[in-house]
Design a protein around this ligand. Structure first.
Ligand code: SF4
Length: 271
């Protein structure tokens, strides 16, 4: 039996050869989204930005075209297009936005997977993202303090980047030299940064479950043809039994899944 399990696992590895996992492709998407978000406010064509809603000069820039306040009636149409685009994406590709481009996901991956796990080793690995580190260890508490400090600096950059879509970088840095006259702008940046620290460090995935309005409407936008990344018991093997509150796990290790059928592909990662 052990030999059969080994052969089946080896065969799976052959079939996976040369395949870049979606987990890695998501990192590429995160880097691309971050670079675009950081670079876009700096790009100007004919003195106009790609997107800028500037209350200071009463202007809206969109696709490098400048509109003044009298033309602000186009804003609702832009918002409608944005929401229709997100709804269409959800109907076709399910939670693609959540998994591949949402800042909440990118920030949590950066904080939990890179800072807490890879850089500081508070978590042993990211196989089971739900498993909390051992907080009784002083070493882990000190490392968590360092992680919060690093993230606070990054949160300030993210908050400033957000602000650049309302106050362009050329004005932003000028205003920073005279903080007493721009307390609203500075207070806004500090407020957003403080929220990002609270969200990413303490609220974590509960933000998606209890706060995000988009997650509330997702399920009604799905139909039978929507692409969804969900567990497939036919491919992976049966790991749960029962329904609702009665539902319970019947296997915890990969060898138990393979014992059901050596072709089962579940790795019992619990993620
Ligand atoms: S549920 Fe909301 S906050 Fe969470 S990943 Fe999706 S869009 Fe982002």
């Amino acid at each position: 039996m052990a030999k059969r399990i080994f052969m089946a696992t080896a065969a799976k590895k052959d079939y996976l050869k040369g395949l870049v996992p979606y987990r890695i492709k998501r990192y590429w998407a995160y880097i691309a989204a971050t670079v675009v978000a950081l670079v876009l406010p700096w790009i100007k064509v004919g003195d106009n930005h790609f997107f800028l809603l500037n209350f200071d000069h009463k202007q809206l820039h969109f696709m490098f075209v400048r509109f003044d306040m009298q033309e602000l009636y186009i804003m609702p149409f832009l918002l409608m297009l944005l929401f229709l685009g997100i709804f269409a994406l959800t109907a076709f590709a399910g939670r693609a936005w959540c998994g591949w481009a949402c800042p909440q996901t990118i920030f949590r991956v950066l904080y939990r997977d890179f800072l807490e796990t890879k850089l500081l080793g508070i978590r042993k690995n990211i196989k089971n993202k739900q498993k909390e580190p051992d907080w009784s260890k002083t070493e882990n508490k000190v490392k968590e303090g360092i992680a919060i400090l690093i993230w606070s600096a990054l949160a300030l950059v993210a908050a400033a980047d957000f602000m650049w879509y309302f106050v362009p970088p050329e004005d932003f840095f000028k205003y920073l030299q005279n903080p007493a006259e721009h307390t609203v702008m500075i207070g806004f940046v500090l407020g957003v940064a403080a929220f990002l620290v609270a969200d990413v460090v303490f609220i974590k995935e509960s933000f998606c479950v209890y706060i995000c309005p988009y997650s509330r409407v997702q399920s009604v936008l799905f139909d039978e043809d929507t692409l969804m990344a969900v567990y497939d018991p036919i491919r992976g093997g049966k790991i749960y039994e029962g329904h609702g509150e009665e539902k319970h796990k019947i296997v915890n290790k990969q060898k138990d899944v393979l014992a059901q059928n050596p072709d089962n592909e579940c790795t019992a990662c619990e993620s």
